[in-house]
Design a protein around this ligand. Structure first.
Ligand code: SAH
Ligand code: MG
Length: 196
C-alpha cells in the first residue's frame, strides 16, 4: 500500500501547479474496475505526475503499468513520485508524444487521459495493443459539464472546438462496431469500451 502522505503530497502539488489529476470518484471507479476484472497489465496515455498511475498500480502487487507523458517537467515529477512510492519495478514511464510511441506488449486495459482533442487518434492507435477482450477507459467525457452544454453558450473558440471534439469522440465510440461502450457520470465522465 502506498503511504497516505505520498498521495497527499501529490494532490497538493497538483493543486498548486494546476495539474489536472483524476477526481476521487474517477480513481475509485478505476480501482474497482481493475480489482473486479483482475486487470494486470495497464497502459496509460497521459501520466502527468504519476498520480493515477500510482493509485492504479497500488490495487494489487502483481499489476504492471506503462504510462506515456510528453511534458518533461511532469514526467520528471512522475519519476520522483514513483520512486517515493517504491513502484519503479512495476511502473514503466515513457517520455514521448504518445502518437509517436510504438509498443510491442499487449495490455488488459488502456486508460486514455491525455489531450482530449486527440482521443480518436489514441483509441485507433492503441487498440492494437489491447488483448482480445480488453477494455479502453477514457476520462473527462463530460469535460467539466461542458459537453452537455449548448455549444453556442461557450464563449471561447478554443474551448468550443475542444467540446466539439469530445462530442465527436462520443459518436465515434457509439458507432464503433468492434467495441461496446458504456458512459458513466462518474467524476468528470468516463467511457468504458469493451471489445466484443
Ligand atoms: N492521468 C493523470 C492526469 C493526466 S493530465 C492523473 O489522473 O493523475 C493529461 C496529461 O497528458 C498532461 O500531463 C499532458 O502533458 C499529457 N499529454 C497530452 N497529450 C499528450 C500526448 N499526445 N502524448 C503524451 N502525453 C500527452
Ligand atoms: Mg483526466
Amino acid at each position: 500500500m502506498v503511504e497516505k502522505k505520498i498521495i497527499k503530497e501529490m494532490r497538493d502539488y497538483a493543486n498548486l501547479n494546476n495539474v489536472p489529476i483524476i477526481l476521487d470518484e474517477g480513481i475509485n471507479f478505476l480501482r474497482d474496475y481493475i480489482k473486479k476484472n483482475n486487470i494486470k497489465r495497464i497502459l496509460e496515455i497521459g501520466t502527468a505526475i504519476g498520480y493515477s498511475a500510482i493509485l492504479m498500480s497500488d490495487v494489487a502487487e502483481d499489476i504492471i503499468l506503462t504510462s506515456i507523458e510528453r511534458d518533461e517537467v511532469r514526467y520528471l515529477e512522475a519519476i520522483k513520485n514513483i520512486k517515493k512510492a517504491n513502484l519503479e519495478e512495476r511502473i514503466n514511464l515513457i517520455f514521448k508524444d504518445a502518437l509517436e510511441v510504438d509498443l510491442k506488449d499487449s495490455y488488459d486495459m488502456i486508460f486514455i487521459d491525455a489531450s482530449k482533442a486527440q482521443n480518436i487518434k489514441f483509441f485507433e492507435k492503441f487498440e492494437k495493443s489491447l488483448i482480445d477482450k480488453g477494455t479502453i477507459i477514457t476520462d473527462n467525457m463530460n469535460f467539466h459539464g461542458l459537453v452537455d452544454e449548448n455549444i453556442e453558450n461557450i464563449e471561447s473558440r478554443n474551448l468550443r472546438q475542444l467540446v466539439k471534439k469530445i462530442k465527436n469522440y462520443k459518436v465515434f465510440l457509439e458507432e464503433n462496431e468492434m467495441f461496446i461502450t458504456e458512459f458513466f457520470d462518474i467524476g468528470d465522465g468516463m467511457a468504458v469500451s469493451k471489445r466484443k
